[in-house]
Design a protein around this ligand. Structure first.
Ligand SMILES: NC(=O)C1=CN([C@@H]2O[C@H](COP(=O)(O)OP(=O)(O)OC[C@H]3O[C@@H](n4cnc5c(N)ncnc54)[C@H](O)[C@@H]3O)[C@@H](O)[C@H]2O)[C@H](O)CC1
Ligand SMILES: [K+]
Length: 505
């Protein structure tokens, strides 16, 4: 699904109004109804609700929400911040539509800002996608007081003060929402880790923006939903045999880190690979043969470190490399040999990334259109350099993928997948329980298996990252976030794949 800029969102808005021949205030009503529907599911009518409205259409949404909540027997207090003379037309219409017993209070100067009761429920409708500069003056004062009030804040469309699709200037004051209920499509800012304390938990509510506009609009940033990945899943033919599902080679493990290879191997097998061979330092032989009996194990002449490639590497459909390998000098040599000689796709993770990151010569040898890197943010920084903020990091992701014609899954709460042609896809599955050792090794195993099965590299990244997060979400329900381990992800992979094989609910 596409992520639109603020300007495109405005266009979608205008297009919808024209296509349906409706007045814009009707679209605002739809937005307000969608927001109210979400709100009612979350908060009881016994709750007193304080609604802060700015001068634009975000404020207009706030006024319409106030009316709808009032109709549903919530006690609402409306505050209009700033000068209503400058308010948008739809704001004014909704101000007139407020029932008489909802008496909006004007906040024209600092003294007018109300003291809120402890644990108040606040709806932030100050600014949305129309924000064009940092909030200052009275607005800034309101935002600061709301942030310091301890209230539960629900932002309408966007947390006020946060830019929709570009870096908010350093030091700006921004609402710290507990929830952001955004209209139709998520905005880029909602995916970025640096905005976590402002966005809180975000939810989408549909408002019926023109499907035709959304289908036609050009964007290079998307987010992956179940709908997007489900149709990628290949079905197994009745008369199939293991030879049809690829033979993967996993280069992994090191003395004291054999577990990483075990995790990658197990997840690879749980993701449908036909055959798996592991090449590991000799010390790992018994561990691997015992822990992963389905895989074949080859041993490196070096007992503790990976030091060379096995013979006949050309027979493998894909090579996954990195989990547990360390950065010892013989391993660096082996990685150099791999980049120079391998002819098949490579899934490169962990210390294999660090080794390449540390050598300009190796970076130059990254084969084009054949590599998927799976770094966490620190590994990405080593590979592509430091950046000042998340927007710069996305730009760096784009540039690196373009320069080296490679794919990168930059792991995080919303893993960002960069492709050689400059597209970025944010993942939407996963949870904080997955922030634990070994979950990255599991992702390497999954993606390696998918490439072995002839998914193209983009499909393998999108599907692999999605199903990895889905397994995590399923594990969350059975073991919870605190107890979750990488092994739990592997244990839930079958359910996750099964779920994707079911028709969409
Ligand atoms: N398509 C949709 O998703 C729909 C969205 N709706 C809601 O409309 C807002 C966007 O409304 P808009 O009037 O364009 O902008 P804002 O309300 O965000 O801002 C108001 C206005 O204020 C001025 N301004 C900008 N920055 C500042 C600032 N820092 N200080 C003071 N004033 C500022 C500027 O002139 C803005 O125009 C969207 O988020 C949704 O909530 C519709 O209701 C339905 C369709
Ligand atoms: K808002």
């Amino acid at each position: 699904m596409k992520i639109l800029t603020a300007a495109q969102t405005r266009e979608a808005d205008a297009y919808t109004i024209q296509e349906e021949g409706i007045p814009s205030v009707d679209l605002m009503e739809r937005a307000a109804k969608a927001f109210t529907g979400w709100f009612e599911n979350k908060f009881q009518p016994s709750e007193e609700v304080f609604i802060f409205c700015g001068p634009g259409n975000n404020g207009g949404d706030g006024l319409a929400v106030a009316r709808l909540l009032h109709q549903r027997h919530y006690r609402v207090q409306v505050y209009i911040v700033g000068d209503t003379a400058k308010a948008s037309a739809d704001f004014k219409t909704n101000l007139e539509r407020l029932p008489e017993d909802v008496k909006p209070q004007e906040v024209k100067e600092e003294q007018d800002i109300p003291e809120l009761p402890l644990c108040a429920c606040v709806i932030d409708a100050l600014f949305g996608t129309g924000l064009t500069r940092p909030v200052t003056g009275l607005y800034e004062e309101v935002v600061e007081q709301l942030n310091n009030s301890g209230a539960c804040i629900i932002a309408v469309d966007m947390p006020s003060g946060l830019y929709t699709d570009s870096q908010t200037p350093e030091g700006s004051t921004i609402i710290k929402a507990d929830y952001t209920v955004t209209f139709q499509l998520p905005k880029l800012a909602l995916f970025l880790p640096q905005h976590e304390e402002h966005v809180g938990e975000w939810h989408l509510v549909p408002i019926g923006l023109s499907e035709r506009y959304i289908a036609g609009v050009k964007t290079d940033i998307c987010y992956t939903t179940r709908q997007d990945v489900q149709h990628l899943l290949k079905h197994r033919k009745k008369f199939s045999h293991k030879g049809l599902y690829g033979h993967a080679l996993l280069l992994g493990g090191g003395y004291g880190k054999m577990g990483a290879a075990v995790l990658a191997a197990k997840s690879c097998l749980r993701s449908g690979v036909g055959l798996l061979t592991i090449h590991a330092p000799a010390a790992g032989y018994t561990v691997l043969q015992t822990a992963v009996p389905e895989a074949m194990t080859l041993t490196d002449p070096n007992r503790r470190h990976l030091s060379e490639l096995p013979e006949e590497t050309e027979k493998f459909n894909v090579i996954g490399v990195g989990p547990g390998i360390g950065t010892a000098p013989p391993t660096k040599t082996a990685i150099g040999q791999l980049l120079a000689t391998a002819t098949q796709p490579l899934v490169i993770d962990a210390d294999a990334i660090n080794i390449i990151a540390g050598s300009e010569r190796l970076k130059e040898q990254i084969p084009e259109n054949r590599v998927i890197f799976t770094p966490h943010p620190k590994e990405f920084e080593r590979l592509a350099g430091k950046t000042a903020n998340d927007y710069e990091r996305l730009q760096r992701l784009r540039e690196f993928c373009h320069t080296h014609q490679c794919y990168i899954t930059l792991k995080g709460s919303h893993t960002a997948i960069g492709t050689p042609n400059g597209n970025i896809f944010f993942n939407t599955t996963g949870n904080p329980g997955m922030a634990t050792g070994g979950t990255g090794d599991v992702l390497t195993g999954i993606i390696t298996a998918l490439v072995a099965q002839q998914y193209n590299l983009e499909e393998a990244c999108l599907l692999g990252v999605y199903v990895h997060g889905l397994a995590g979400d399923m594990a969350l329900r059975t073991v919870g976030a605190i107890s979750m381990t990488a092994t739990d992800l592997i244990d839930h992979l079958p359910k996750a794949f099964l779920c994707l094989q079911q028709p969409m609910p």
